[in-house]
Design a protein around this ligand. Structure first.
Ligand code: PLP
Length: 476
């Protein structure tokens, strides 16, 4: 194996001949278990080997250039190839690669980042986000939230408040608590999830559930499911509600504007903590630093990860509002929770430089004013394609539905039989033709780096259009 590995030596990354793709694929399939992957199928197909990135583009080991319409996994907000992030991490690694923040110690990048995040966090009045708990990932951030919420209610003298309400088709990570908070049936089916104390309500998906009413009416209806669940469980047993401002992995499900303010009103009414999972929406995806700002609610806790470092190195965390922080700090004593990598200095150094880039290049404002509106207009134009039933965008997240027959409204479109897996077929054409789009059933989604230009959006949409044509040829 060692000689095999040595023969894969990378000399010039851009030169395809410097990679033995087949050998890499064989080693990959022999040893590397991938996330959410059917390995028997992967062995037949061989994994695509990605070797380089620059801006919004990737290159594979065969030398093929690809537009990364998914910013890695919704995370490379600043785009690939940022030497200054690499330099910041390099300098920090030479200075102090790692030290823990247990046992009354701290480190400079973690202190600076915590203070910076407290300044960037949404305005929240007396419930201001002045504190942050660092983790290594979004899943760990949500696990931390489960523990923190329960500790909060213990300290507040209401320990029976245990249940956290989440939504079906939500994604909150892959740890036991993250997968339980998530509402993915495929995940729950493998391994006895959800864990006790987690309950689910329906998602605010207008296309799915809003027939015969306006979007505004449907938003109120969907928020009402929360109130019904609280009453069913007994408000005295409910600790918190958690949701993504816009559901990402569920298919870029953008709630009606009435939804989140009503959710907030209901949480306030029953004194329930409100948690915003900003692992995707945070750091500019929707054109605001945090998605809750766009959606019009003020949570008690915010989970973040991904865009905080643009994925260059792993980092996540929880922004803690005053209400929870006060109990934890003033009354709680030790909070018996933490990770070796909480406040990892090299990861925090990457985040500091990444946020500097987002600010210096005004990437978040550009999503709000320039690139987001351009993507919206271009996606709206795709609805003219015979395969596209409807398309929705929010900032730089967008989704379109492939349908058998178009209708006058989103509710009148006739879907394909799911057995045809038209979304996967379309995704394959995209992959083969140099653009990465994700398929959630027959909903095709994009979330490109925030550094994308309007010209690059045009280039991406033209390729998408071409691949829709190829897909159409196969399904008619
Ligand atoms: N929460 C949301 C909304 C996510 O989209 C994800 C990952 O996609 C997670 C949590 C989990 O984050 P991680 O994969 O870093 O554990």
């Amino acid at each position: 194996t060692n000689t095999k590995i040595a023969s894969l030596r990378i000399s010039a990354p851009e030169a395809p001949e410097s990679f033995d793709t087949q050998a890499l694929q064989q080693l990959d399939s022999a040893h590397f278990l991938h996330p959410f992957t059917d390995h028997a199928a992967l062995r037949e197909r061989g994994a695509r080997v990605i070797v380089r990135g620059d801006g919004i583009y990737l290159w594979d080991s065969e030398g093929k250039k690809i537009i990364d319409g998914m910013a890695g996994l919704w995370c490379v907000n600043a785009g690939y190839g940022r030497a200054s992030i690499a330099d910041a991490v390099h300098a920090q690694m030479l200075q102090l690669p790692f030290y823990n923040s247990f046992f009354n110690t701290t480190n400079v990048p973690a202190v600076k980042l915590a203070a910076l995040l407290a300044g960037l966090a949404p305005q929240n009045g007396p419930n201001a986000f002045q504190h942050v708990f660092f983790t290594g990932s979004g899943s760990e951030a949500n696990d931390t939230i489960v523990r923190m919420v329960r500790r909060y209610w213990q300290l507040a003298g209401q320990p029976e408040r245990q249940v956290i309400i989440s939504r079906r088709n939500a994604y909150h990570g892959s740890t036991l608590a993250g997968a339980s908070l998530g509402g993915m049936p495929g995940m729950h089916a493998q391994g006895g999830l959800p864990i006790p104390g987690i309950d689910h309500i329906g998602q605010p998906n207008y296309a799915e559930g809003g027939r015969g009413m306006s979007e505004a009416q449907f938003g109120l209806l969907a928020a009402g499911w929360l109130e019904a669940k609280i009453l069913e469980l007994g408000p005295e047993n409910v600790a918190a509600f958690i949701g993504e401002p816009v559901q990402g992995a569920g298919g870029v499900i953008i709630p009606p504007s009435t939804y989140w303010p009503e959710v907030q009103r209901i949480c306030d009414k029953y004194d329930i903590l409100l948690v915003s999972d900003e692992v995707i929406c945070g750091f500019g995806r929707l054109g605001t630093w945090f998605g809750c700002e766009l959606m019009g609610f003020t949570p008690d806790l915010i989970a973040f990860a991904k865009g905080v470092t643009s994925g260059y190195v792993p980092l996540g965390g929880v922004l803690v509002g005053g209400r929870v922080a006060h109990q934890l700090i003033e009354k709680g004593g030790d909070f018996n929770h933490g990770f070796t990598y909480s406040g990892h200095p090299s990861a925090c150094a990457a985040a500091l430089e990444n946020i500097r880039i987002l600010q210096a290049e005004r990437l978040v404002e550009r999503v709000a004013l320039e690139t987001g509106p351009h993507l919206k207009a271009r996606f709206a134009s795709l609805v003219a394609h015979p395969l596209v039933g409807h398309a929705e965008t929010c900032g730089l997240a967008a989704g379109l539905n492939l349908v058998r027959r178009k209708g006058a409204t989103v509710h009148d479109c006739e879907p394909f039989d799911s057995a045809h897996a038209v979304g996967m077929l379309c995704r394959k054409h995209m992959f083969d033709n140099g653009v990465i789009m994700r398929a959630v059933g027959d909903r095709m989604i994009v979330a490109p780096p925030l550094s994308i230009t309007t010209t690059q959006i045009d280039e991406m949409v033209e390729r998408i259009q071409y691949c829709l044509d190829l897909t159409l040829e196969e399904v008619v």
